[in-house]
Each structure stands twice: as structure tokens, then as C-alpha cells.
Design a protein around this ligand. Structure first.
Ligand code: SAM
Length: 230
């Protein structure tokens, strides 16, 4: 299989999906998915149009449609495997949960000024050029709309985040198990702030969500939120 076109998210969350089909009991932003702030960061979602950018199995989106009262949550993911997993797990939550198989930049450009809230939990914001994604998100939000995302505060190796908008190649696996690499943007706080400002966002806030465990698989995260001017 050509690693350039292979679905590098084929394996992600597969073991969990075999045994855990429930809508999660909580919504977390942190790396360990076990502590810190929850969906209140998104504001009151009643009757709002909400988009999850890089939703994976759509567990966060399923939580929002079942516990809050949005008009709709649109869970977008470019991975055929993740989209299929989300459809299998939570397809029954349609039409309030809408699962879309698409690259987020293409999707956002086709949805000018339609979203009230966009969010990403270690999702597409981490794996897409911010120079393309952030302006597309700004275009898809209504005036006063909100973007929130969690992202790594440093590499999983412990190496410091980038001082510029520069991606790193990180290890991944093709569906066949062949080694591959994918690009991940791990950026310092001020770099996100500058990029959001350049894309037209205002009231930019960046907080640190500390790691909740020890060892190589834990990490501090950044929780970033920003608004479009009204
Ligand atoms: C680490 S997973 C996180 C999934 C989910 N947010 C969660 O917390 O479980 C990253 C997801 O982002 C998706 N993704 C990355 N870049 C994307 C893009 N440009 N458009 C759509 N989805 C993207 C991947 O397919 C993958 O499912």
C-alpha cells in the first residue's frame, strides 16, 4: 500500500471500539482524557451549530448531542476508518449528530458563516497546516463564533514545542502495519496566538492542562480558545 495515500488513522481507537460502544459519561480536553475543564469552555450550546474538527470515533460529539441541546453537531474526519468507526458507534444519533467524511479545510470552505462553535480535541488542528485550517475555520464561523481546541504543549518525547509554525514528522503505521510518518504541528503558546490573530480571531486565551499521569505516554496540553469579532 502506498504510505502517501494509506489511511494512517486505521488503527487508532480500534481496540476500544470493540469493547466500549457507550456515549462517554464526560467530555475532557486533556491528554489523559480524565481531568480538567469540560464542554463549558464551549459556552451554552443550546440551538447552536457545532463542528468537531478531526472527530475520530466522534465520542466527544456524541457526548454533546446527548447531554447538551445543540441544533446539530457535525463531526468531520478525513480518515475512512475513523468515519466508519463513528458511523458504527454513533450513527444512530442522527440527525442531531451528523458524521461527515471530509478533509476539514475543504469542509469549512464549503460552509461559510454557518457554525457557531468549532472545536478539536487533539484532532485536525494538530495535523493540518494552521495557515490553511485557521483561516478556513474563521470563514466557516458566524460573527462572534468560537473556536476551541486542545493540542500538545510539547512533543511526547518531552522535546519543546516549536517556536515557529513548523510541523514535525511523527511515526505512524499504514493499515498493513508498515511504518510511515505523518505531520504534526506542536507549537508554543505564542505561536498559536500569533497564528490565530493573523487568521482574524480575537479574545485569544491559551491555558495549560497539566499531565495527569507519569511516564512516556503522558503530556501537558494547551487548551486554546478564540472568538471571531461580532
Ligand atoms: C488523534 S485523532 C483524535 C480524534 C478525536 N478528536 C479524539 O479525541 O478521539 C486525530 C483525528 O484527526 C483527523 N484528522 C487529521 N487531520 C484532518 C483533516 N485535515 N481533516 C479531517 N480530519 C483530520 C484524523 O483522521 C484523526 O481521526
Amino acid at each position: 500500500m502506498n504510505p502517501r495515500t494509506a489511511d494512517l488513522w486505521h488503527h487508532y481507537g480500534r481496540t476500544r471500539a470493540d469493547t466500549d460502544r457507550e456515549v462517554p459519561a464526560a467530555f475532557y480536553w486533556n491528554w489523559g482524557q480524565d481531568a480538567g475543564p469540560g464542554p463549558e469552555i464551549l459556552g451554552d450550546l443550546t440551538d447552536k451549530c457545532v463542528g468537531d474538527l478531526g472527530a475520530g470515533a466522534a465520542r466527544h460529539a456524541a457526548y454533546l448531542v446527548t447531554r447538551h441541546h445543540p441544533a446539530q453537531v457535525i463531526a468531520v474526519d478525513a480518515s475512512p476508518a475513523q468515519h466508519a468507526m463513528a458511523t458504527d458507534l454513533y450513527g444512530h444519533l442522527a440527525p442531531r449528530l451528523r458524521l461527515v467524511h471530509s478533509d476539514v479545510v475543504n469542509h469549512l470552505h464549503a460552509r461559510a458563516a454557518t457554525y457557531d462553535v468549532l472545536y478539536s480535541v487533539f484532532g485536525a488542528v494538530d495535523f493540518t497546516d494552521p495557515g490553511k485550517l485557521l483561516p478556513a475555520a474563521a470563514a466557516a464561523l458566524r460573527p462572534g463564533g468560537r473556536l476551541a481546541f486542545s493540542t500538545l504543549a510539547h512533543y511526547l518525547s518531552g522535546t519543546r514545542a516549536q517556536p515557529d509554525v513548523v510541523p514535525a514528522g511523527i511515526p505512524a503505521k499504514t493499515p498493513d502495519g508498515e511504518p510511515a510518518t505523518m505531520r504534526r504541528w506542536v507549537l508554543q503558546e505564542h505561536v498559536w496566538t500569533t497564528a490565530l490573530d493573523a487568521a482574524g480571531f480575537t479574545r485569544i486565551d491559551v491555558g495549560v492542562l497539566p499531565a495527569t499521569g507519569e511516564g512516556p505516554r503522558t503530556a501537558d496540553a494547551l487548551l486554546v480558545s478564540a472568538h471571531l469579532p461580532r
